[in-house]
Design a protein around this ligand. Structure first.
Ligand code: GCO
Ligand code: CA
Length: 253
C-alpha cells in the first residue's frame, strides 16, 4: 500500500476561502495535513477558517494578494518567522472573465493572466526556494479543460490555463533534482460559484451533460482524491503531468 497520508505535512492553498480551493483545503486536512488558507478578503477567509477549524481541522489563515510580488514574498517570510514550512503548495487562486476577444480590454486580459498564471509562478518560486533546501516538496497547479481546449469567450483564461500546463512542465524540468514534484489537476465543469451562470444557462448545461461522457457536472469533492495523490509520497515519481478530472470530457470529441 503506497503512502497517501499527509500527516505532519503543511499545505498552502491559494484562493481557498470558497469554491474549489475550499474543497482542496478540506481534502488535504482530511488526509492529515495542517492547512494554510489564503484569500484577499480577510473576513471571508476568517469565516472559512473558523468553519474548517470547527470541523476539527488544523487550519490557519494567511491573507495576501497572490498577484502582488511584495505580498507573496512577505507572506512566505512571515511563515518562515513563525517556523511554518510549506511542504505542499496548491496554486488554485483563479478568476474568470467571459467576453469575446474583439471586445476584450487589455486590463481584463492582464488581470486574468496575472491571477491565473503569474501568481502560480510567484507562489511557486517562493515555495520552491524553501522546499529545495529542506529536501523537497509538492506543487500542484490548478489547470482546466482550457489547459488543452479552447472555447469562445474565455480567451485570457484559456491562455492562462494553457500556460499553467507549461509552467508545470517547466517547474518539473528545473526542480525535479531538488526532489520537488510539480503536477497539475485539470478540473472539468464543476459545480461552483464561478460556473453558476453556466449551470443556470439551459443550453450550456445541456452542452456539459452531452459533451462529458459522465453525463453530468462534477462536484468539487471529486477533485480531492487526485489532489491527495499528487500531494503525497504515492506520487514521488510523477512529475510535470496534468491529471484531468473531467468525467472523460478531454478523452472524446
Ligand atoms: C468557462 C468556465 C471554466 C470552466 C473550467 C473547465 O467559462 O468555461 O467558467 O472556468 O468551468 O475551467 O475546466
Ligand atoms: Ca453554485
Amino acid at each position: 500500500m503506497p503512502d497517501f497520508s499527509l500527516g505532519g505535512k503543511t499545505a498552502l492553498v491559494t484562493g481557498s476561502s470558497r469554491g474549489l480551493g475550499r474543497a482542496f483545503a478540506t481534502g488535504l486536512a482530511e488526509a492529515g495535513a495542517k492547512v494554510i488558507l489564503n484569500g484577499i478578503n480577510p473576513d471571508r477567509l476568517e469565516a472559512t477558517r473558523a468553519e474548517l477549524a470547527a470541523l476539527g481541522h488544523d487550519v490557519q489563515a494567511c491573507a495576501f494578494d497572490v498577484t502582488c510580488e511584495d505580498q507573496v514574498m512577505a507572506a512566505f517570510e512571515a511563515l518562515d518567522a513563525q517556523g511554518v514550512a510549506v511542504d505542499i503548495l496548491v496554486n488554485n487562486a483563479g478568476i474568470q472573465h467571459r467576453q469575446p476577444l474583439l471586445d476584450l480590454a487589455l486590463a481584463d486580459w492582464t488581470r486574468v493572466l496575472e491571477t491565473n498564471l503569474t501568481a502560480a509562478f510567484l507562489c511557486g518560486r517562493e515555495a520552491a526556494r524553501r522546499m529545495g533546501p529542506r529536501g523537497g516538496g509538492k506543487i500542484i497547479n490548478i489547470g482546466s479543460l482550457m489547459s488543452q481546449l479552447a472555447r469562445a469567450t474565455v480567451a485570457p483564461y484559456t491562455v492562462a490555463k494553457g500556460g499553467i500546463r507549461m509552467l508545470t512542465q517547466s517547474m518539473a524540468a528545473e526542480w525535479a533534482g531538488a526532489n520537488i514534484q510539480a503536477n497539475a489537476i485539470g478540473p472539468g465543469y464543476m459545480i461552483t460559484d464561478m460556473t453558476q451562470a453556466l449551470q443556470e444557462d439551459p443550453a450550456f448545461d445541456g452542452f456539459v451533460r452531452g459533451r462529458a461522457p459522465a453525463g453530468r457536472w462534477g462536484r468539487p469533492e471529486e477533485l480531492q482524491g487526485a489532489l491527495v495523490f499528487l500531494a503525497s509520497s504515492a506520487s514521488d515519481y510523477v512529475n510535470g503531468q496534468i491529471l484531468y478530472v473531467d468525467g472523460g470530457m478531454t478523452a472524446v470529441l
